[in-house]
Design a protein around this ligand. Structure first.
Ligand code: BES
Ligand code: MN
Ligand code: ZN
Length: 499
């Protein structure tokens, strides 16, 4: 796979080498600079479009060998339909599509003319979304391929975006690139195999954020024992790998402001424990730390773009293994909150890890809100597939904020219910609560379980089991791991908790 070496910006002028990319609307109108670039085409763009059947509609494109005399190799034209209808998401997807076309063309240098048809302004924001789409599309998990790209040597692509105001575009890109880097960090963590990335190694990756000015605190097993986190430790005890709890704090806001807290499920591998999972597809459970990965990625994003808000991330890191010392179905543990939990299925381990992580977060840090992300239930895939993460909340205002930021970021959420009736389904005669609620509404009863550990702090739970990995490929994601949640959490901070 061709990689994206660099995105740079320059002022609008006629491109001189490599591949030139420009955009045409549905009337085949395009910018003046592109007009100069295609002036050598006999009969102009219209004739070429007519022969090739290029309409200028969204998702259409035209690939031309550049006329001689320009110094260019190719002209790639992409349809943008009605330019005024192009959303941020459209520009981002188009960035992905354009990168893919350039990689197919084996381009090494490409210049994109972001000047649109006569009278149409392409904003700095749109240019940044375009670049993010290209960067996310270019991501490939090839760390363990001895021969990259099947042994063919391929040069990395240098992408130059030509814009009306390079200074404004660069500024917008600086913060957008911070978010793209956060997404890529989350993808790398989720894609990493569990023999390489256990709880200790994951905590070290979180600690790397110190370079960006994030305050780090890592709790060891000993410290968690002292805090009586028996729910989290009960899951960890079946593995020879010790657990960790990592706290990341970005203090970009006012000192007196209570932080926004993101909490992540970080099961670095989920065998199911004694309630062991079937062999088929178990390898996917290397991604059962997708919640924690999204939290680390989001912390990277807010720190790297220096968000003016107090944001923290807390992740519970364990490996769920069957072992002579593993916990059994029927065991009863006392969580840090004092709640006793009857474990009926050791494969419902994420909620046990989150029980102590959520309780610890609200008790120690008094956040204004808490949002947890977790690859929590297979049931959310039954309900929503790969296209929406499940949203649960004890607070309508927080749910509305999340839904609006989900729309704005292009990482969709769908709200599912919580209620007393569902809560009853996890009562047990043997303890305060049991860790499974039976066959029906599995995602809801899992969320009800978590709610008991949020202690009435405005809280939301995102079940990302369907969106963190294994979703169909898109214009901006060709990887198994998607990095879902990073853009959403960053958007939430930007829209509702800054300034
Ligand atoms: N990590 C799994 C959920 C999961 C399944 C994530 C598929 C991604 C893809 C979770 O720990 C789990 O095993 N949940 C059980 C709960 C059940 C035992 C109550 C499930 O969903 O089957
Ligand atoms: Mn499980
Ligand atoms: Zn799990």
């Amino acid at each position: 796979m061709t990689k994206l070496a660099k995105v740079s910006y320059s002022k609008m002028d006629v491109p001189k080498k490599g591949v030139a990319v420009f955009f045409a609307d549905e009337n085949l109108g395009f910018g003046n600079t592109a007009g100069e670039a295609v002036s050598g085409l006999e009969g102009g763009l219209e004739r070429a479009a007519g022969i090739a059947g290029f309409s200028g509609k969204k998702k259409s494109s035209l690939d031309l060998i550049a006329p001689s005399g320009l110094g260019l190799d190719r002209l790639l034209v992409f349809g943008i339909g009605k330019p005024e209808d192009m959303t941020d998401e459209d520009w981002r997807d188009l960035g992905g599509t354009v990168f893919a076309a350039l990689a197919r063309a084996k381009a090494v240098v490409a210049e994109v003319l972001l000047d649109g048809p006569e009278g149409v302004e392409i904003s700095a924001k749109a240019a940044a979304e375009f670049a993010m789409g290209a960067k996310l599309r270019a991501y490939a998990f090839d760390t363990y391929k001895s021969k990259k790209n099947g042994g063919e040597t391929e040069k990395d692509l240098k992408l130059t975006l030509k814009v009306a105001d390079p200074k404004a575009a660069r500024k917008s890109w600086t913060s957008t690139e911070a978010v793209a880097d956060g997404v890529i960090l989350a993808r790398d963590l989720v894609n990493a195999p569990a023999n390489v990335l256990g709880p200790v190694e994951f905590a070290k990756k979180a600690a790397d954020l110190e370079k960006l000015g994030v305050e780090i605190d890592i709790l060891t097993e000993k410290e968690m024992k002292k805090l009586k986190m028996a729910a989290l430790l009960g899951v960890a005890q079946g593995s020879v790998r010790p657990p960790r709890l990592a706290v990341m704090r970005w203090n970009g806001g006012k000192k007196a402001d209570a932080p926004v807290a993101f909490v992540g499920k970080g099961v670095t591998f989920d065998t199911g424990g004694i309630s062991i999972k079937p062999a088929g597809g178990m390898e996917d459970m290397k991604g059962d730390m997708g919640g924690a990965a999204a939290v680390v990625g989001a912390m990277h994003a807010v720190a790297a773009r220096k968000a003016k808000a107090n944001v923290m991330g807390v992740i519970g890191l364990v490996e769920n293994m069957p072992d002579g010392n593993a916990q059994r179905p029927g065991d009863i543990v006392t969580a840090m909150s004092g709640t006793t939990i009857e474990i009926l299925n050791t494969d419902a381990e994420g909620r046990l890890v989150l029980a102590d992580t959520l309780w610890y977060t609200q008790e120690k840090y008094k956040p204004s809100i808490m949002i947890d992300l977790a690859t929590l239930t297979g049931a959310v895939l039954v309900a929503l597939g790969n296209l929406n993460a499940g949203l649960f909340a004890n607070d309508d205002d927080l749910a509305e904020k999340l839904l609006s930021s989900a729309k704005a970021s292009g990482e969709p959420l769908w709200r599912l219910p919580l209620s007393k009736g569902y809560d009853k389904m996890i009562d047990t005669p043997n303890a305060d609560v049991k860790n499974t609620g039976g066959r029906w509404a599995g995602s809801v009863t899992a969320a009800q379980f978590l709610q008991r550990f949020a202690n009435n702090v405005p809280w939301a739970h995102l079940d990302i089991a369907g969106t963190a990995f294994g979703a169909p490929k898109t214009d901006i994601c060709q990887s198994w791991a998607s990095g879902y949640g990073v853009r959403l959490l960053n958007q939430l901070v930007a829209d509702h908790y800054e300034g």
